[in-house]
Design a protein around this ligand. Sequence first.
Ligand code: ADP
Ligand code: MG
Ligand code: ZN
Length: 637
Amino acid sequence: MKNKKTIWIILITIFILAIIGFAIYSFIVSSAEKLTYQQFEELLKQNSIVNSSLEEKIVNGVHVISGSYNKDGSLHRFVVGINNQQYSNLLEDPIFKDIVGRIITNQELVSPIWTLVQSLLPIVIMIGAYVWIFSMMTKGGMGGGMLGGKNQRPRQIKSDVKFSDVAGINEEKTELVELVDYLKNPNKYAMMGARVPKGVLMEGPPGTGKTLLAKAVAGEANVAFFTMAGSEFEEMFVGLGASRVRDLFNDAKKAAPCIIFIDEIDAVGRKRNTAMGSATNEQTLNQLLVEMDGFGSNSGVIVMGATNRVDVLDPALLRPGRFDRTIQISLPDIREREAILKLHARNKSVSPEIEWKRIAERTPGFSGAQLENVLNEAAILVVRNKRKMITLGDIDEAIDRVVGGPAKKSRAMTVQDKKVVSYHEAGHALIGLKLDSASKVQKVTIIPRGNAGGYTIMTPKDESNFSSKEDLFASIAGYLGGRAAEELMFGKDKITTGAHDDLDKATNIARRMVTQFGMSTLGLTKYLTMQEEAYGQTKGVYSDEIAYKIDTEINTILDNCYITARELISKNLDLLELIAESLRVLETITAEQIEYINKYSKLPDEVIKEKERMEKEEKKKNAGEILEFEPDEDEKK
Ligand code: ADP
Ligand code: MG
Ligand code: ZN
């Protein structure tokens, strides 16, 4: 969007400069004094012509000479037309003959047509640029509001998505079944005088299947599906967005029954009169409101909108007769994740060892799109390694890729790095194990990914939608566990920057406890609105004194949680040591392995085995022996 605007600005600047340039050029030309042949001859005789300024053109057989002459100490521009007869007379004049040698005859022998073309060229270029700019303006949209042309129609597609292609979100699907029925037989409803919702707004995080659901409604009802993204209405030229909305609705009405799907509706539907809105937006939004009011509730057109932020939408959009129904779509819970995984595994060959329930457990917070992505990555790995089936290992690797990009196996980790990260991650894991309300540890790894040196995946122990104060304290303590472990193991001065991201997350939770959830000594006042939060603001409309109190309160919460984390770890140093050791050996440990360590207070067998193998190899290397190929070791992998 930004780029597009920059291009526009450059184009318009060029356009304006061209006009100015042309104006100056014509001014100079027209300001030149037109001399008769006699006057020119007179000037020649007086020797007041500035030789170096002379230019000569031949236009229609006439020699046009331009230049400047000196009069009373100042220069004047002139042009003079000389016919062939006069020209040959002039050549006999020794003064002129001298001058002629120096004339810059850049256009000698040019044909008159070429001269004509030349004089017309700037105008042609200007007209060309003009036409081009306006054709650009109407491209990418559906109607040239300014030129009246329609270069591009709204995108009408035939959807073959069915409800069975959408996993989970069952209640939401049920709500939409009615719409499908309506689209199939609008007359039935019209006869009964039943009013069907005109607009359905779907709200939910990205990748939760909003677009998919809209397509499924169209597919089930077997009607046309018009789709347009909110950002496509955003135009630099006022009025264009509005005309696009108009065209979209006109086309849809002709194709009824049908669905109009407006994705990212927040791009057009932002509250008016706010800093974020613009005049263009306002016009577009107004047009949208008008259009939605303009068709009867039984015209067979249903508008579906998708957004991840209802709170920024203009309230006018949500009034009855417009988007009068809102469907909330949240990130899938564990059962839904399982269903989505199974659905997308349908067309892939998967090893029977895979239990989707376990995978669903390991992917909390993943959206449908991310889960789909996991399976796709896994399938790619299978193809790359020329295998036949997706294995647990592929899924594991795929999850890690989706979480934080491909593993950086190449980035060498020093022994010291590995040690620090192992204790840091063990710290997180330990809090998860030992603090009742903390989340369950699913996986801990010290393989660096993206910016993180390692990471610990935790899931809430219960599936409740609410977090208690205790839960939030436990989460903060969990985030601070990494730093606490570092401090306890290496001392106050050896702590590292590895906790950067943890501190960020912990501070965020603490801030929301104070400013949004009324969970501090500051009382129940809500200090930051969701919106202010969303725009990254940390200060709302309150006094500096309150701001100071908020900061102090956040600090206190963090300090207390840190103390909790440190105490818990120092009480369980043996456990920390075992987890860290396992991490250094295996690099990644699972929930089961952590449970085992916690239960029996010893290293799991596979860690011991691997450790022995590593020690053996180390000894061999030190003894200078040649490493031999060991078939049984390789087979194990
Ligand atoms: P949104 O519009 O909410 O951002 P999409 O509908 O574009 O998300 O979802 C992107 C992709 O993710 C879909 O094409 C589909 O493959 C997958 N997906 C998301 N949610 C689901 C779901 N509930 N069931 C099956 N697939 C899903
Ligand atoms: Mg979408
Ligand atoms: Zn950490």
